[in-house]
Design a protein. Structure first.
Lengths: 168, 449
């Protein structure tokens, strides 16, 4: 009983019961954090599988006429060969809400059937609600072959000529 | 046999007098969610419309049919669609079980939504019922989450594109949005990882939360002193009058049983007559035109056509936060249990409903054909011109409606809130109707006939 009175008067001193309580709480908290952290890591998305996410060989430079747009469904991109002879690979995913855009040759535009966004041949927004130009992938031309790296999605606000890749 | 039953369930056989009937309720595992006696007016059909009980019954139907479906469903991109086709064509009663699950799930959205409206209109969040009001709002969101995750599982075109659009929305949520969407989808787009995640969430995570929260919701109704009831008018000798109280058996249990039987019969007949939709196999390259969200998200989708996605999510988000906060705003307890609070409240509700029917279609048509905010503000980011400007206008409109009720209609806080709430709910219904019936190819406005 006299133990109780001493703790009441002197709060700076930690008695055994409080120490054990605090220790148990701290350990419980640690356990919860560990389980939570482990669960989160367990459910972490794994890196991409299959063709998408790697480099894709689109084919020889000469096989794409100028002012043409070719769809690579497995690589999830459109390869654009502009009238200036530059190449541009745009991600097929609409920048608004993720639907796959279609290339409409007669209208000369990419069109998203979900919310009617439209993009010109460079992927620039022609008609909102899309907030920015279509995303792109890096292109290199090696030994006359167009190589597209689908591993890194590059975002941009609008088209700029520097985004084009040229052969040789 | 009866011995065993008695030992397992503590039941009295066929209780015949009030006392043993009350004991039977108190001792029964399921029935003890009820009090032993209920006030007679609380049993009135036109007070509750049985919406809570109907929702609970549907949840039970969903649980049973859901477990059955798990035995016949494959959560893989290659086999999900085929397994649903098998259910429809090969499995005995497969089409019926899937139909029951599908239509009960859709109906549950409607009944929980109506339940929220009923509880709000009768001030069911008053007299210490704030916590249960909040739990109810969470349960409604849970029902939506159930429907959303279940939507992907058939892996048809409808499923694939609705989930693509739905999860892309998350990408606009600042800071955490991208990470949550990436986590849900297990990658940048909807694929095997997403299907597996959605399945696990749909059949394990959400049901666990649902069962806990539902039990709490029911238990809390009892602890709060039963469902909301009007305060009885004092009698002539100034003493509070006593409301007649009836035993739960048979008065409440019989009604619940009758409602459940009618409901289950109706849903079963509907499921037999109307097969649940199943479109073509999901094709990640060709979205259908128009690609629409699930019908209960059509209101949100309609907002998306008019606003920047961040604004289109903030507007219903703010409205939802407002609904959750209502108990802290409308604290007048004298009018508990009275539909629309008072005569003035009935008036504001009526005006709110008329505005709700009239305003959204007019605004949709104006924005569709004449108003183009981004081109009116050249050089301004669309986040502001097409996002914060229409958001501010909408919120300003809501504030104007509320002030109208307060100043012109001389309504008190509660009555004005009733008007605003009814306006919001009717607007949501109108936007949903526009999205479902008046949006055609390329999401252009069309006539439905």
């Amino acid at each position: 009983m006299n133990k109780k009175t001493t703790t009441k008067n002197d709060t700076s001193e930690l008695n055994r019961r409080d120490f054990l309580k605090m220790g148990a709480s701290a350990l419980s908290l640690l356990a919860v954090l560990e389980v939570g952290g482990a669960s989160l890591l367990f459910m972490q998305p794994r890196s991409l599988e299959g063709e998408f996410g790697g480099t894709v060989n689109a084919g020889p430079v000469d096989s794409f006429p100028t002012s043409s747009v070719t769809h690579f469904p497995d690589g999830r991109f459109f390869l654009i060969h502009t009238e200036t002879g530059g190449f541009l690979a745009v991600y097929q995913r609409c920048t608004h809400l993720g639907c796959t855009v279609n290339w409409e040759p007669d209208q000369n535009r990419f069109f998203c059937p979900c919310h009617a966004s439209a993009f010109d041949i460079h992927g620039d927004v022609q008609n909102p609600p899309a907030p920015r130009a279509l995303d792109t992938f890096a292109i290199t031309v090696e030994e006359g072959q167009v190589i597209v790296n689908t591993g890194a999605i590059q975002t941009r606000d609008e088209f700029a000529p520097e985004q084009l890749a040229y052969a040789g | 046999m009866t011995k065993l039953k008695e030992r397992l369930l503590y039941t009295d056989k066929d209780p015949a007098d009030d006392r043993s009937r009350m004991r039977a309720v108190a001792n029964n595992l399921i029935l003890h969610l009820h009090p032993t006696k209920v006030p007679a007016p609380a049993l009135k059909w036109t007070y509750t419309w049985g919406l809570g009980g109907i929702s609970a019954t549907l949840t039970l139907v969903l649980l049973i049919t859901g477990v059955l479906l798990m035995f016949r469903y494959d959560a893989s991109v290659e086999r999900a669609y085929t397994s649903i086709q098998n259910l429809e064509t090969q499995v005995t009663f497969g089409a019926l079980i899937r139909g029951l699950h599908h239509w009960s799930a859709n109906l549950l959205i409607v009944t929980t939504f109506l339940h929220l409206i009923r509880v709000f209109l009768t001030g069911g969040f008053k007299q210490g019922r704030t916590t249960n009001w909040l739990v109810g709002v969470v349960l409604l969101l849970l029902v939506v989450a159930f429907n959303f995750t279940g939507y992907l599982l058939p892996w048809d075109q409808l499923a694939f594109w609705a989930i693509t659009v739905g999860t892309s929305l998350l990408g606009y949520v600042p800071v955490f949005g991208g990470a949550i969407s990436n986590f849900l989808l297990a990658g940048p787009d909807v694929g095997q990882g997403a299907l597996r995640n959605f399945y696990a969430i749909h059949v394990a995570v959400l049901p666990a939360i649902m069962i806990l929260l539902m039990s709490y919701h029911f238990w809390k109704v009892r602890k709060d002193g039963g469902i909301s009831q009007p305060i009885p008018a004092p009698t002539e000798d100034k003493r509070p009058s006593r409301v007649e109280r009836l035993t739960t058996i048979p008065h409440l249990v019989q009604r619940e049983f009758a409602a459940a039987v009618v409901l289950i019969t109706a849903v079963t007949i509907f499921a037999m007559l109307v097969p649940p939709p199943l479109e073509e196999l999901a094709n990640p390259i060709h979205p259908p035109n128009p690609a629409k969200a699930a019908w209960y998200f059509m209101g949100l989708q309609e907002l998306l056509l008019h606003m920047h996605p961040l604004a289109a999510m903030l507007l219903p988000g703010i409205a939802l936060a407002g609904i959750a906060a209502i108990p802290y705003w409308d604290k007048r307890e004298e009018d508990i249990g009275v539909y629309f609070r008072s005569k003035i409240g009935t008036g504001t509700a009526l005006i709110g409903a008329i505005l709700g029917v009239a305003l959204p279609p007019v605004l949709v048509v104006i924005d569709e054909y004449w108003l183009d905010l981004p081109s009116m503000m050249p050089g301004v980011s669309t986040l502001i011109s097409n996002g914060f400007v229409p958001l501010a206008l909408s919120l300003g409109g809501l504030a104007a409606i509320y002030s109208l009720f307060r100043v012109v209609g001389r309504a008190n806080r509660g009555e004005a809130t009733v008007g605003l709430f009814v306006f919001l709910m009717v607007s949501l219904v109108m936007l949903t109707i526009i999205g479902v019936f008046f949006r055609g190819a390329n999401m252009a406005l069309v006539m439905p006939f």
